[in-house]
Ligand binder design. Structure first.
Ligand SMILES: CC(C)(COP(=O)(O)OP(=O)(O)OC[C@H]1O[C@@H](n2cnc3c(N)ncnc32)[C@H](O)[C@@H]1OP(=O)(O)O)[C@@H](O)C(=O)NCCC(=O)NCCS
Length: 182
């Protein structure tokens, strides 16, 4: 993704078999608060944040920025997917000039275990491949995060390296699996 995000942002809402991926809206606010305050969601991603603080500080329309998809099931937000530029200072690169696009996913625990994250991420990756053909997408997750690791493998990410960060072992992978070299 470019500095300001892909030129086509926001794309029209994308429908999958069961879900819709779209830009965030004001009606998603409660789900965003839930997502960031959930201890289960926060286990491997920096821990939950206090609900009161989120209620106070969360913008009226949270998460409205290029690369952030709200994932909706039957009209209600169940998770979010991000395609962001990875900080060049962080470990893990597949391009000499860094600046890779990184996939992130956070879903509400009620929606886990039904393949929704996999279905939505596949659609987001398809969209990205159409928008910026040939650009790799990277992904970093703690090796202890079983669900995130299984999802990465299911989506077709392959391991580039592992390293220590934030006091834990991290898995760093790339999609598609053939890494363009520069
Ligand atoms: C990571 C996360 C998105 C994975 O969610 P998930 O629901 O486990 O992922 P999937 O969409 O791939 O669903 C997989 C499960 O759905 C099951 N499933 C049920 N119905 C299904 C269907 N119709 N199609 C596909 N899978 C289905 C699969 O069998 C699988 O179960 P299993 O993992 O117990 O074997 C979720 O756990 C999460 O939000 N975690 C907290 C945030 C986080 O850590 N993010 C990663 C940061 S790097």
């Amino acid at each position: 993704m470019t500095e300001s995000g892909p030129g086509t942002w926001p794309p029209a809402p994308m429908k999958t078999e069961r879900l819709v991926l779209r830009e965030s809206e004001g009606r998603d606010r409660a789900a965003f608060v839930e997502l960031f305050s959930s201890p289960e969601v926060g286990t491997y991603v920096g821990g939950p944040r206090p609900r009161e603080e989120l209620e106070r500080a969360m913008p009226e329309v949270p998460g409205r920025r290029p690369g952030l998809f709200v994932v909706e099931l039957d009209g209600v937000m169940v998770g979010m997917i991000t395609l962001d530029r990875r900080d060049a200072e962080r470990p893990g690169h597949v391009r000499p000039d860094a600046g890779e696009t990184e996939l992130g996913y956070l879903f509400l625990p009620e929606a886990w275990g039904r393949g929704y994250a996999a279905e939505a991420c596949a659609a987001a990756l398809d969209w990205f491949a159409d928008t910026l053909p040939g650009e790799p997408v990277v992904l970093c997750t703690r090796t202890g995060n079983d669900r995130a690791m299984r999802l990465a493998a299911k989506l077709g990410f392959t391991e580039v390296e592992r390293f220590e960060e934030y006091g834990a072992e991290q898995w760093f992978g790339v999609w598609p699996s053939v890494t363009p070299s520069g």
